[in-house]
Design a protein around this ligand. Structure first.
Ligand code: ADP
Ligand code: MG
Length: 696
């Protein structure tokens, strides 16, 4: 592969200097080719006017009318409120950044065309446009655009117009350049009626007047489909290579004798579910091979993944090797540690706890026990793969709630175990319900096991969606349950902007509840407390000494206290369904009926109401995930909170799932028929990821 050509430096572009270059790098753009492949996340339709009366909230629109009046409004900041009228109605455009040019031209009587996202005022009776882009004229405005305007994912210091300019240049430079050669064989292009590479790229960035607007808006235009499929093919190639790389190493072959494991299982107070048995067999087979296991274990909340992991840790220790169990939070790591102690102490298994929060002497001691093999099982957070940690015949790593760890961290852990060319088996576990086809593609580098059965005897959680105005009666319910010796979680709304505000809020709600429920013990945890404080509260809650635990969403993953039977979630409308489902999974773990109350702030929009209703009606994580997708178009299931994130440039595995199977097959054929072409294709889309410059 001619890397010089594909790495054509960005400084070739006009206007890219010391200031812009780091910003482009920040956005993951390293070469001219990267700029070319920086695809729009959506398009704005500036080709048609919408009458004010026909506006739809939250949609982008272009309106045109006369300015009726302009008002200065003094709030925290000075704003201009501009009343606009067309033949169908009126709206208010609100401007924040008042540069002189703008306020001078905003004059009653002028004709204005405004482009922006439609909002509504508090009364929901009037449309508003917040700081729209606009054109103003005394009499007549220039003609409307004739084709769609691309909208790009932005990062700090980059604007839409800046990006458009750079992309235009990149197209000019690469048009006849070897780096932009078509890498999809002509026969295949013919089969799908795909345009060639440059035609597709140009169309995506600069659609022409003849292009089908609706197809473009839906990402179904042949030019888009070609690039989407190409990126998915490249992704498959990359995963296959990652897998092949690890498969080249040897691992530790665990013993086929499972007497100790069987004995341990026979001491449990309950039998394994069929699903647990099946999945354990799948994993054990992998562990008995000297090829490193790379397996994903998926299972809904409460399906009993921890026990499966624990059994595999035990089998590793019984075979004479070391095993590690890694959790995404301190809280969860501590809980897993305690659980392992309870289960394995009687079997004389030596367990060491390692997190970043240990004091110096404890840490030194833990490190030395890990290194000299006195530790059989190490439980901890990502502190486990810090530099100073050296393992002693580490044969298995279990990673809980994998969606919190990136592929990168997993690679780091892999390299850690990679001593004497023997690497640890990897078991990654997730409760994020992804439809199976999606999982197969997103995790094509992993084998896949599913725990598709909950332990028996679980009583369905009764869920209610209530307005915040019912808070008083909810608190009463909390009281009743506490008096019966039951425990309650109270989850506070998320304040993303400030950890301090969040902490204050948690403390305030705890104080409020303590005043009303004076005979109950209220505990709280939030991100501002030391881990010792958090653990103390958590331990007290575990033991039943705390009745009500007020918390942020930190308790989302893994926490397991069967006596807690009610969860109240405030401002549920602000959270994603998958997250709410995870949270709710903290109750319903014991033998008593349990409840979840989703409180929302009024007024609640109809789509938000529909979303919450899904939770009331279903407890099946997979069903909820699918409904969430259908209602939102695309979800954060894969940890991609917005389109354009998650490492994809144009494809969206949810929206474009109909291409997944074809892409997989094409990738396989390419590898067989022309592996050097396959390598170039992968390199085109992933070279910068390989350079480690792209963050998700
Ligand atoms: P998750 O899959 O969400 O991590 P956990 O591992 O936390 O679920 O398990 C939830 C609860 O179910 C725990 O209290 C665990 O001890 C219990 N459990 C696990 N397996 C079984 C089983 N086969 N029968 C009954 N209870 C089980
Ligand atoms: Mg768990």
């Amino acid at each position: 592969m001619n890397t010089e050509l594909t790495h054509l430096s960005l400084s070739t572009l006009r206007g890219v200097g010391k200031q812009t270059l780091p910003r482009l790098h920040q956005a993951g753009l390293v070469s001219v080719l990267d700029v070319l492949l920086h695809c729009p996340i959506r398009y704005q339709d500036r080709t048609r006017l919408i009458p004010i009366a026909d506006l739809i909230p939250h949609q982008f629109a272009v309106i045109e009318g006369h300015i009726l009046s302009v008002r200065r409004v003094f709030g925290k900041k000075l704003t201009l409120h501009c009343e606009i009228e067309d033949v169908s109605g009126r709206l208010t455009a609100i401007f924040f950044h008042l540069h002189a040019g703008l306020s001078e031209r905003l004059m009653p009587g002028a004709v204005i065309r405004a482009y922006g996202d439609v909002g509504q005022d508090k009364s929901k009776k009037r449309f508003i446009l917040l700081h729209p882009a606009c054109e103003i004229a005394a009499e007549e405005l220039p003609p409307l655009d004739t084709c769609l305007t691309p909208v790009y994912p932005l990062s700090e210091g980059l604007t839409q117009s800046r990006l458009r300019g750079l992309i235009q240049q990149a197209i000019g430079i690469l048009e006849n350049h070897a780096a932009a050669m078509d890498l999809i064989p002509a026969a295949l292009r013919g089969q799908y009626a795909w345009p060639d590479f440059m035609t597709a790229v140009k169309c995506v960035h600069q659609p022409s007047i003849e292009d089908d607007v609706n197809a473009l808006l839906a990402f179904k235009h042949p030019a888009q489909e070609r690039l989407i499929a190409e990126e998915m093919i490249a992704h498959q190639l990359r995963l296959r290579r990652a897998r092949a790389r690890i498969a080249n190493f040897n691992s530790y072959r665990l013993s086929e004798n499972t007497d100790k494991l069987n004995h341990f299982i026979s001491t449990l107070p309950f039998p394994l579910t069929q699903a647990q048995k099946r999945v354990m067999q799948e994993i054990l087979l992998d562990l008995q091979s000297d090829k490193p296991m790379q397996r994903l274990l998926q299972g809904d909340v409460g399906a009993g993944k921890t026990l499966v992991a624990a059994c595999m840790l035990l089998q590793t220790v019984a075979s004479g090797y070391q095993a590690a169990f890694m959790a995404p939070t301190e809280l969860l790591a501590e809980q897993h540690y305690q659980q392992c102690e309870r289960w394995f102490k009687p079997l004389s298994v030596r367990i060491v706890f390692l997190t970043g929060k240990l004091g110096f002497p404890e840490r030194q001691e833990a490190l030395s026990r890990i290194a000299n093999g006195e530790a059989d099982i190490i439980v901890g957070t990502h502190a486990l793969f810090q530099q100073e940690v050296s393992f002693h015949q580490l044969a298995l790593v279990c990673i809980d709630e994998q969606h919190r760890f990136g592929v990168k961290q997993r690679a780091a852990l892999f390299d850690k175990g990679n001593l004497n060319a023997r690497v640890a088996h990897q078991l990654v576990m997730t409760a994020t319900p992804i439809p199976r086809t999606l999982a197969l593609v997103q995790y094509a580098d992993l084998d896949y096991s599913v725990l598709d059965e909950l332990p028996p005897g679980r009583i369905p959680i009764q869920s209610a969606v209530l307005s915040n105005t019912r808070r008083g009666s909810v608190i009463k319910r909390v009281h009743e349950l506490c008096q019966k010796g039951k425990q309650v979680y109270w989850v506070c709304p998320l304040i993303e902007s400030s950890e301090t505000l969040q902490a204050e809020n948690v403390a305030a709600i705890a104080a409020e509840l303590q005043t009303v429920l004076s005979d109950c013990c209220i505990g709280f945890i939030h991100g501002r407390l030391s881990s010792e404080e958090k653990n103390q509260t958590m331990r007290a809650f575990n033991k039943g000494a705390v009745d009500v635990l007020v918390a942020t969403t930190v308790i989302e993953v893994g926490v397991d206290v069967p006596n807690a039977v009610l969860m109240v979630i405030e401002n549920a409308e602000r959270m994603g369904l998958a997250q709410l489902h995870q949270l709710r999974g903290r109750v319903g773990r014991g033998r008593d009926p349990s409840f979840c109350i989703f409180l929302y702030q009024t007024p609640l929009s109809i789509p938000a109401k529909e979303r919450l209703a899904v939770l009331r009606e279903s407890q099946d994580g997979f069903h909820i995930a699918e409904r969430d997708l259908a209602l939102r178009g695309s979800g954060d299931l894969l940890g991609t909170r917005q389109a354009g994130a998650g490492g994809w440039r144009i494809a969206n595995p949810v929206r474009d799932s109909h291409w997944l199977i074809a892409a997989t097959q094409i990738a396989d054929n390419l590898l067989k028929e022309d592996s050097s072409l396959a390598e170039r294709l992968e390199g085109r889309w992933y070279q910068k990821a390989a350079a480690g410059s792209k963050t998700g």
